[in-house]
Design a protein around this ligand. Structure first.
Ligand code: MD6
Ligand code: FE
Length: 212
């Protein structure tokens, strides 16, 4: 059969409801990074404690009505930054617009995130296989934007032991997962150093979510 819609990096289906939009945010990447810089002046990056006594390898912060925090007692969404005692910085309109456009391009209309989580991965940092399921609303997708250094994203299934697909995510790539894929396992392999390209020394990831 002829391929009417050949799979390209520009639009690569990962599983039902999950799609990589390669380069979708490339044109506005610098503006996104600038917005991250402004946000982190108000809500600095920090390494949260995790159950068991360690700390997360990725540094995190957030913007919007909610931020996601971990303190060793567990994970949760809170309206106030525990580091500063202040509300999280507002979601910049640039973030809102991009998240809405990416969700629509992936087939999800009317996506208005309440939270933008911002992760910074230094070389060597990754994120283990997990599900995003602390949100009370699971009907809305997650929109994830990669900036800076490239990294392998692991995309699994509904069960932890399901086979994972490895997808290299580059500066400006967007991944959207929702519907039947909303609670699929995923992770990030440790970021390798000595990459050339963006001039950045870390990988940044923005994930946009509806919380409640
Ligand atoms: C990524 N991030 O960095 C994927 N999950 O490409 C996540 O899966 C993620 O950044 C929960 C909380 C924050 C995250
Ligand atoms: Fe996640």
């Amino acid at each position: 059969m002829d391929d009417l819609f050949p799979e390209t990096r520009e639009r690569l289906s990962l599983s039902s409801g999950a799609v990589l939009l390669g380069g979708f945010a490339r044109a506005e990447a610098q503006a996104l990074l600038h917005a991250v810089e402004i946000i982190t002046q108000q809500a600095p990056f920090r390494h949260y404690r995790v159950a068991g006594g360690g700390r997360m390898a990725a540094a995190m912060t957030a913007c919007g009505d909610y931020g996601w925090v971990s303190d060793g007692q567990g994970y949760r969404y809170v309206r106030t930054d525990p580091l500063t005692g202040r509300p999280w910085p507002a979601l910049p309109s640039l973030f809102l617009a991009l998240a809405g456009r990416a969700a629509r391009a992936a087939g999800y209309e009317g996506f208005v995130p309440q939270c933008g989580l911002i992760n910074r991965y230094a070389p060597g940092a990754g994120m283990g296989l997990h599900q995003d399921r602390d949100e009370r609303i699971m009907e809305a997708p997650v929109v994830s934007v990669s900036l800076g250094l490239s990294a392998f994203f692991q995309w699994g299934g509904a069960q932890r032991q399901d086979t994972c697909r490895k997808v290299l995510l580059h500066h400006g790539d967007v991944v959207v997962w929702g519907g039947p894929s909303r609670s699929h396992f995923h992770g990030v392999l440790p970021v390798r150093s000595a990459q050339t390209g963006t001039g950045l020394e870390c990988r940044y990831n923005l994930t946009f979510r509806v919380v409640d």
